[in-house]
Design a protein around this ligand. Structure first.
Ligand code: FIX
Ligand code: ZN
Length: 414
C-alpha cells in the first residue's frame, strides 16, 4: 500500500495545481499584435537582463542600443550565459522557462532556440504558456496615454477572456502640465489649474476609459517621496481627492498604488534605468483612513517598507496588499516577505503578481513563486499540525485559491 502523502508533498501538489489570477503584468491580449512580446530574443532583452548585461559588457551604452534586437540578445546571451554561469534570478528564469517548454538548455545553442520559437504562432503559444504556468487570468496594464495602445482600444476588437484590463494613469497624476493639453485634444474641458470643472472632466475621462476597457481597477506607480494629506493644494493630491477617489466610489474601482520607484536614475539604461527608494507609509494610512469608502491596493518596492505595509493592512480593511514587485521578486526576498505577510495578515493578501513583460516569463515567474509559497505555507500548516489542528486537503485547496486570486477578486467585489 502507498504511504499517505506527507504534508509538504500535499501542499506542493496543491500549490502547483492551483490556477492563478496574475493581477499585474505588462502583457497584452494577443489582439494587440506586436505589443504582446514573446520568444527567446524578447526574453533575453528583458530590462532586468539588460541591466545585468551592462555590468559585464565592454560596450558604450549607445553602441548597445544601436544593435538590432537579435544582436542585443546575442550580446546578453554571451555575457550572461556563456562567459559566466547564469545564476541571477532573471537568468535562471529563462532556463526554467525553456526547460518547461521542453527545450534542451544544456546544449547552450541560441540559434536552435530561435528555430524552436520560429515554429510557434502567437495564438497557440499564448495558450501553451498559460497552460504550462497554470495561469487562468492575466491582468494587463492599459494606458490611454500610450500612442501604440490607444488606437487598438479605439478601433475595438474581440476580447480574449483570459486577458483583463487595468487602467494605468501615471501621466495624469504625475505629469499634469503635459497631460492636460492631451485631455483637451480628446474633448475633455480641463484647465492647467486643477479646479472643480477640471476634476469633473477628469472623472468623465476615467469613466469613459473604465467602460471602454472594462477596467478591473485603476492604477499608478509612485515615487518614494509620495505623500498624501487631505486638502493639500498640490495637483497630485487634488486629482486623487477630487477625481480618482470619487471615480473609484462611483464605479466600484479600487485604486492601486505601486510605491517606491525612482524613475531613470541612469537614463542611459533606458527602461532598465529605474531604481528604488523607501516610501512613506503614512501616505497609505492617510488615504485609507480618510477615504473608508474607497478600496486601495498597494505594493511597495522597498524591502524596508514591507513590515509597515503589513501593519497598515491590519489597521485598514479597505487596503489589500499584493505582490513582491520587481527588485523584490527574488527567492530570498519573496520567502521573507511571504512569511511575514502570512504571519501578519493570514490569507487576506495576494502574495504575488508576475509583472511579466514577455509572455513566456509567466512560466518561470509562477514556477519559482509557487515553490517558495508552497515552502512557506508548509511551514505554517506544520505549525498548525503541531497543535493537533490537522489541515485537510480541501482546506488547503481553499486557502491556496484565496492566495492565488480569490481574496483579490472578493476584495474588488466587496
Ligand atoms: O511601473 C510598473 O508597473 C513597473 O512594474 C515597471 O515600470 C517596471 O519596468 C517593471 O517591469 C518591473 O517589473
Ligand atoms: Zn509593472
Amino acid at each position: 500500500m502507498q504511504a499517505p502523502a506527507s504534508l509538504p508533498e500535499t501542499v506542493t501538489d496543491i500549490v502547483a495545481r492551483a490556477p492563478v489570477y496574475d493581477i499585474h503584468t505588462h502583457l497584452y491580449d494577443p489582439a494587440f499584435g506586436e505589443l504582446l512580446l514573446w520568444g527567446i530574443d524578447e526574453l533575453l532583452t528583458y530590462h532586468y537582463l539588460v541591466a545585468e548585461g551592462f555590468r559585464q559588457f565592454d560596450l558604450p551604452y549607445e553602441t548597445f542600443w544601436q544593435l538590432s534586437k537579435t544582436q542585443q540578445a546575442d550580446a546578453i546571451w554571451n555575457a550572461l550565459f556563456i562567459e559566466r554561469s547564469p545564476i541571477s534570478e532573471a537568468c535562471r528564469g529563462i532556463l526554467t522557462t525553456l526547460n518547461a517548454l521542453g527545450l534542451d538548455v544544456k546544449q547552450r545553442d541560441l540559434p536552435a532556440l530561435r528555430q524552436h520559437f520560429a515554429q510557434w504562432n502567437v495564438g497557440d503559444f499564448t495558450t501553451r504558456c498559460l497552460e504550462v504556468s497554470n495561469v487562468r487570468k492575466v491582468c494587463m496594464t492599459n494606458s490611454p496615454f500610450d500612442d501604440l495602445e490607444r488606437p487598438v482600444w479605439e478601433r475595438g476588437f474581440d476580447r480574449d477572456p483570459r486577458f483583463v484590463a487595468a487602467l494605468r494613469i501615471d501621466p495624469l497624476l504625475l505629469d499634469w502640465p503635459n497631460t492636460a493639453p492631451k485631455l483637451r485634444a480628446w474633448g475633455y474641458e480641463v484647465s492647467a489649474d486643477v479646479d472643480g470643472q477640471t476634476c469633473g472632466e477628469v472623472r468623465r475621462f476615467l469613466a469613459d476609459w473604465t467602460r471602454k476597457i472594462d477596467a478591473q481597477y485603476c492604477m499608478v506607480s509612485l515615487t518614494p517621496d509620495f505623500v498624501f494629506e487631505e486638502g493639500a493644494p498640490d495637483p497630485v493630491a487634488q486629482l486623487i481627492e477630487h477625481a480618482i477617489l470619487p471615480h473609484g466610489r462611483d464605479h466600484g474601482q479600487a485604486f492601486a498604488m505601486m510605491i517606491g520607484v525612482k524613475r531613470s536614475v541612469n537614463p542611459q539604461l533606458r527602461l532598465a534605468g529605474d531604481s528604488v527608494g523607501r516610501g512613506d507609509i503614512s501616505a497609505v494610512e492617510n488615504l485609507c483612513a480618510q477615504f473608508p469608502e474607497n478600496k486601495f491596493l498597494c505594493t511597495m518596492l522597498s524591502r524596508e517598507n514591507q513590515h509597515e505595509l503589513c501593519v497598515a493592512a491590519r489597521k485598514f480593511r479597505n487596503l489589500h496588499v499584493f505582490g513582491c514587485w520587481w527588485f523584490l521578486n527574488n527567492p530570498s526576498l519573496i520567502e521573507e516577505i511571504t512569511r511575514m505577510r502570512l504571519e501578519l495578515l493570514g490569507l487576506s493578501v495576494t502574495p504575488q503578481h508576475s509583472d511579466c513583460r514577455v509572455l513566456d516569463q509567466l512560466i518561470y515567474k509562477w514556477s519559482h513563486s509557487r515553490g517558495i509559497i508552497a515552502k512557506v505555507l508548509t511551514e505554517k500548516y506544520e505549525g498548525l499540525a503541531a497543535t493537533g489542528w490537522e489541515p485537510t486537503r480541501p482546506e488547503i485547496e481553499r486557502d491556496v485559491q484565496e492566495l492565488f486570486g480569490g481574496a483579490f477578486e472578493r476584495f474588488l467585489r466587496s
